[in-house]
Ligand binder design. Sequence first.
Ligand SMILES: NC(=O)c1ccc[n+]([C@@H]2O[C@H](COP(=O)([O-])OP(=O)(O)OC[C@H]3O[C@@H](n4cnc5c(N)ncnc54)[C@H](OP(=O)(O)O)[C@@H]3O)[C@@H](O)[C@H]2O)c1
Length: 235
Amino acid sequence: MNIDNTVALVTGANRGLGRSLVDLLLARGAARVYATSRDGKTPHGDPRVVPLQLDVRDADRTRAIAAEARDVRLLINNAGSLASYSTIDSDPAKLRDDLDVNYFGVLHVVRAFAPQLVAQKDAAIVNVLSIASLASMPALGGYAASKAAAWSLTQALRGELGKQGVRVHAAFPGPIDTDMVRGMDMPKTSPEDVARAILDGVSAGTDDIAPDPTSKDVLATYLRDPRELERRFAS
Ligand SMILES: NC(=O)c1ccc[n+]([C@@H]2O[C@H](COP(=O)([O-])OP(=O)(O)OC[C@H]3O[C@@H](n4cnc5c(N)ncnc54)[C@H](OP(=O)(O)O)[C@@H]3O)[C@@H](O)[C@H]2O)c1
């Protein structure tokens, strides 16, 4: 897909990777960017940005947004939650929170926008997943399960929407230098670099996007030997 002159919608656009995606879409010539956030503010100096309020857990609101933003060609499901950690020790409510945002949230948004994306000539969806979609990291087992569910959803969408002309991309970032992992001491990639690699992948028509050095290595391992990745993450 050509980003220049396209109309995009980004969820969780107020900070972190979502904010970088909005900035880069504008820099690459997007005609309009619907920047959705839970508080609906997403202040931005560029007149092409249309801020909209959206909590992705609210299916009714996703339908209202879809009725307002009828010209979206590139839908980026970026909003994400890291509320749960160990599957054994995490509060069940936190395990459910991650599924509500990372799986059902993506599903609500896609269901609301699917008819109009299908009606467009050249539409695409990007689901921002995680390397933890490909194999579980036990310390993040709850989050990983929600991101694995979103990966399975992405595969289902390829089957359902792909044949109707909608390209469905998966992005599998490794650690990104944002609030989500602020307290975790490990090598991280900047959100600007991850956003650049994701949009490069969309422009190039890459289905599975590994947007940083860690994820390139992880995706290559997953494609070669998924059990090796499972063992590596579990150790
Ligand atoms: N950071 C990493 O290491 C990393 C690695 C791999 C994948 N990812 C994925 O990358 C995406 C972006 O994360 P990030 O690193 O930019 O994290 P972040 O800085 O914590 O930002 C998360 C964004 O998601 C929004 N959000 C959370 N729950 C929401 C809901 N119910 N409805 C709408 N928006 C909601 C947040 O909005 P509020 O400001 O209202 O909370 C915020 O805009 C996520 O899908 C995340 O899982 C991140």
